[in-house]
Design a protein around this ligand. Structure first.
Ligand code: SAH
Length: 397
């Protein structure tokens, strides 16, 4: 067994059970571990700290499996973690047959993501350690869920930093030949696991879709929603199924909006009340303002503007701009749901950015609620980097 010896002082984060060892914190590596090999991480005095997976090309050189010296890192250990992760989500089954069943570090499996859509699992191996244990993890997943169809979508850019090639295709069963339909809180969504974003669907917005449905029901049958960065129409569909009169979904992707229109049909929503605008959000916001349109509910759910800490300043300006333009489209008394999925933008910073946009808009808004992902996207308290999605529910006064 190879050993990774940390520099003096660099053991502190591991003693707090943070699971990452950076290359810069390592004094020496004893042995010649290969990508994905289990290593014993020790402090400068040789005392055990953790078992982890070695990743020779990544700045995160070791991702820890366990801080318990008695643990044996093997296929059974992997299967047990998967089993526990699946069990943690069991309460969601009453609401949806779509859920993230394993979420990386939060479930003790750094870099492993598994989403379930009805009887289909979609997996991503985003680090060297879980890549090594891919078959054991998938066997564990099949055993824990009873699903026999598993499709791999390891095509995320982060694989490159681990020295891993992009890899997609069926791992168990056949590749699905059509979008898979899931039903979440009574709304039907088609999920294209082969070509969709992430593994096909933004499972992380389940709680906020529900919140939008509640607001639409509360506003009543005249409710209107503007859904910016709509992807396949999630928030628009939730509002329409809850009785809203009209939805406008804006996205720059024609494919995403074609799927949104199909989703409307799945839910028997009148296409005349379900407008899809293929447009940059900034252009659509300008056009709607020029038309004098305002909405009861405006949703802003942009892509990750800050892929890393280096991009925070530029991203902050982009968030402020999209929020400022979005606020002007909210009716007096209406609601704004605004999100950031940039891990590098903290909850506090996001709130400051949005507050800056409120100031510049010369409108008044109150913060009603903070929004976040649901229980299938937990955050391990010892790994705060795992929290990425944050949102604010504001009301115009
Ligand atoms: N709200 C969605 C997820 C949004 S993902 C949901 O809950 O399902 C971000 C979306 O923004 C993607 O669909 C992408 O196509 C779109 N997008 C990215 N930049 C854009 C821009 N400048 N204008 C319009 N859409 C954009």
């Amino acid at each position: 067994m190879s050993e990774v010896v940390l520099k003096s002082g660099k053991e502190r984060s591991l003693l707090r059970r943070h699971p990452w060892v950076y290359a810069t914190g390592i004094a020496q590596t004893v042995g010649r571990p290969l990508s994905g090999d289990t290593v014993r991480v020790v402090d400068d005095k040789g005392r055990f700290l953790a078992w982890g997976a070695f990743s020779p090309e990544s700045q995160i050189r070791v991702r820890c499996w366990s801080f318990n010296e008695q643990d044996t890192i093997d296929a059974a250990w992997m299967a047990q973690r998967v089993h526990e992760a699946v069990a943690r989500r069991s309460s969601l089954a009453a609401r949806s047959n779509g859920a993230r069943v394993v979420f990386g570090e939060a479930d003790g499996l750094p870099g492993f993501v598994a989403d379930r859509y009805a009887g289909q699992l979609v997996v991503q191996f985003l680090a060297a350690g879980v890549e090594r244990w891919r078959e054991a993890l998938v066997d564990g997943l099949v055993a824990a869920t009873g699903c026999t169809q598993v499709y791999e979508r390891s095509d995320a850019a982060v694989r490159e930093r681990e020295g891993l090639e992009s890899r997609v295709g069926p791992m168990r069963g056949d590749a699905p030949s059509a979008p898979i339909e899931i039903v979440e809180d009574g709304v039907r969504y088609g999920v294209d696991v082969l070509h969709g974003h992430k593994t096909g669907f933004y499972l992380d917005q389940r709680e906020s879709r529900k919140r939008v449905a509640e607001l639409a029901a509360q506003i009543g049958p005249s409710a209107t929603i503007l859904n910016c960065f709509s992807y396949t129409g999630g928030f628009s569909l939730a509002a329409m199924k809850a009785g809203a009169a009209r939805a406008i979904s804006v996205d720059s992707s024609a494919d995403a909006l074609a799927a949104a229109a199909q989703n409307a049909a799945r839910n028997d929503i009148d296409p005349a009340a379900f407008e899809c605008r293929i447009s940059k959000v900034a252009d659509a916001q300008r056009a709607l303002a020029a038309e004098g349109q305002q909405f009861d509910i405006v949703v802003l759910d942009p892509p990750k503007f800050a892929p890393s800490a280096h991009h925070v300043d530029k991203a902050a300006r982009a968030y402020k701009d999209v929020n400022l333009k979005g606020m002007r489209l909210v009716k007096p008394g209406g609601y704004l749901l605004t999100f950031s999925c940039s891990g590098a933008i903290t909850v506090d910073l996001f709130q400051k950015i949005v507050a800056g946009a409120v100031t510049d808009s010369h409108l008044e808004f109150v913060l009603l609620e903070r929004l976040a992902a649901g229980i299938d996207h937990p955050m391990r308290m010892t790994h705060p980097e795992g929290e990425y999605l944050k949102g604010l529910l504001l009301q115009r006064v």
